[in-house]
Design a protein around this ligand. Sequence first.
Ligand SMILES: Nc1ncnc2c1ncn2[C@@H]1O[C@H](COP(=O)(O)OP(=O)(O)O)[C@@H](O)[C@H]1O
Ligand SMILES: [Mg+2]
Length: 266
Amino acid sequence: MATDVHRPVNPKADQTAQATQAVRANGTVQAAQAVHVEGLTRSFDGRAVIDRLQLDVRPGEFVALLGRSGCGKSTLLRILAGLDRDIEGTVLVPRRKAVAFQAPRLMPWKKVWRNVLLGLPGKPGRAVAEQALKEVGLEHRTDAWPKTLSGGEAQRASLARALVREPDLLLLDEPFGALDALTRIKAQRLVGELWQRRGCAVLLVTHDVEEAVLLADRVLVMDDGVIAHEQRIDIDRPRDITDPRFAELRAGLLERLGVDTAAEAA
Ligand SMILES: Nc1ncnc2c1ncn2[C@@H]1O[C@H](COP(=O)(O)OP(=O)(O)O)[C@@H](O)[C@H]1O
Ligand SMILES: [Mg+2]
């Protein structure tokens, strides 16, 4: 990872930050985990949506997070992104992290390339944005206004905005949820390629089991405020959805989610 310092979202967790770092033989410090969460609780109006949750994500690991609507996936992602600090427990994340949501959240009064650089420290030049836009196949829209972009293009711009941060941890909250089927497949492929090229850890929140099995090293199911189930996906990439092992993993996860696959097939 480019950055080896973990910063607790909760400042009280400083001491544990040391514990997640391993010193390499050459004396440099390497983070043992990209994400380390211990005993995390987040309550709203006295109700614990996240309840003593534990989670570790390895550097460079692609993790998908499933769970019924309202189970707390976005709440967890926002905490990892540092957007919600009203928590109990320990949360350690890399300093360099970036997040993309289902809605691309582009500023309509700024051209695409300026949106990509929005909020970046140190006044980076246009070339930085151009490079990221090229990486997501959107260089031809560098000077476009956000309202002229298609849904898929806007989501690519949002991904470019995440990439210029050179994240060690990329947090994605249902980024393809609003896209049509074909655009969605292209966007999934793009995220898979970006992840392999960049080598960052990814936490992808999705409601799509097939997407999770297609992309992730490990799939988590959240329920009752904790990670209730995890499934390693040991299928070589690129993955073939017609592979029988794919169907098996998909069915197992659907069952965990309470979806009756026999009824689905009928
Ligand atoms: N800011 C908030 N204030 C009150 N309740 C919230 C807030 N954010 C989320 N919640 C509640 O927490 C629960 C989990 O929400 P969320 O994390 O968005 O679920 P998911 O992303 O899994 O669909 C829901 O019941 C939601 O209403
Ligand atoms: Mg959500």
